[in-house]
Design a protein around this ligand. Structure first.
Ligand SMILES: [Zn+2]
Length: 348
């Protein structure tokens, strides 16, 4: 009897202990769950708040992109392909893009994107004393529509760095200026949609790089003394020839080329020299001096002018260069000047 009572007492004594243990662990689990639930609720609140804050600017940025693409395209710098800009649209107006709401399209400021242009003037052979003048002139005339950088460092020719530019100008370069890796980077840049502009001795550059020879269109052979010559405008509708008369007398160092670029398929001749107007023509009466064509998804434009410092002060030579950069800055197949079929030599 006593044993049974003791046993029962022991059981009763232990029972609450076990229950208390269960209760405690249940309470602990509930407490932990409550903390986790609270944290999850707070996290969701943060996410939702961030989304609500980010939403109006996102819509606004989208609207800016839409307006720049639709309204800005036909005007100013946006005639150049805005899908590959070096600069960006200007900063959003904080008053317009606050939490007050999404601005209407008419409230969004329109800032056309600027185009990245790299001017490369490294010389491994003859060095023109007009290079500094030419770089300064091009920076000045391109400033309204382009972000211009100038360098003589071939280390600029890496895939990542070239990506920042739309057009690379070879301004009076000479000789072997790029190594194999730099050449490969430049080939990819052009074939992928980049633009090339060659000025004067750009054709006296990289003789051992066949791809470059095709890009520039013809290599330099020789030249007579600097003198005045008649330059014929062969493509009056081209942006680089706009405003030129049918025949323009100008003074420069007129290159003779090893081959005639007119014989290259897809080449558009922009200007040629009247060999009867000066001494030392050297190309049997058909003497192109400026031309352009498409290479892969990119474009190449060349002018034989630009030997003298004075060239870069001539309004028509400056508009010629500017138009060349603008044309080269558009991708292959752009509407303004699709490559024509092989052009016949002008009647003479
Ligand atoms: Zn020269």
């Amino acid at each position: 009897m006593n044993r049974s009572i003791v046993s029962l007492w022991t059981t009763l004594q232990k029972a609450p202990a076990r229950e208390w243990a269960s209760y405690r662990s249940a309470m602990a689990a509930a407490f932990t769950s409550r903390i986790a639930w609270g944290a999850a609720q707070r996290a969701w609140g943060t996410v939702r708040e961030a989304f609500m804050v980010a939403l109006p600017p996102s819509l606004a940025i989208g609207a800016v992109g839409f307006v720049v693409a639709v309204v800005g395209a036909p005007s100013g710098a946006a005639v150049l392909d805005a899908s590959h800009p070096a600069g960006t649209a200007g900063p959003a107006d904080p008053a317009t893009f606050g939490m007050q709401g999404v601005p209407t399209l008419s409230q969004v400021p329109i800032v056309p994107a600027k185009v990245g242009v790299l001017i490369f003037s490294k010389t491994a052979g003859f060095r023109h004393d007009s290079i500094e003048t030419g770089v300064a002139a091009m920076k000045e005339l391109l400033a309204p529509t382009c972000v211009v950088e100038a360098t003589e460092d071939s280390a600029a020719f890496t895939p990542a760095n070239l990506e920042r530019f739309r057009v690379v100008v070879f301004l009076n370069t000479t000789g072997d200026v790029l190594d194999d890796a730099q050449q490969q980077a430049f080939e990819r840049f052009i074939e992928g949609g980049g633009g090339y502009v060659g000025v004067h001795s750009a054709s006296d550059t990289e003789y051992d790089w066949p791809w470059y020879g095709r890009l520039v269109g013809a290599y330099f052979k020789t030249h007579p003394a600097i003198q005045e010559a008649v330059v014929r405008n062969e493509s009056k509708d081209h942006p680089s020839m706009a405003g030129w008369p049918a025949e323009l007398k100008r003074t420069d160092e007129w290159y003779v080329y090893r081959t005639n670029p007119r014989s290259v398929k897809g080449m558009m001749i922009l200007a040629s020299l009247d060999e009867s107007s000066y001494t030392g023509g050297g190309m049997d009466g058909d003497h192109p001096t400026s031309w352009c064509h498409e290479v892969g998804k990119g474009r190449a434009w060349y002018t034989g002018g630009g030997h003298t410092k004075e060239s870069f002060a001539e309004p028509l030579f400056r508009s010629h260069l500017k138009g060349g950069v603008e044309w080269a800055g558009r991708r292959a197949g752009a509407s303004d000047a699709a490559p024509p079929a092989a052009q016949p030599a002008p009647a003479r």
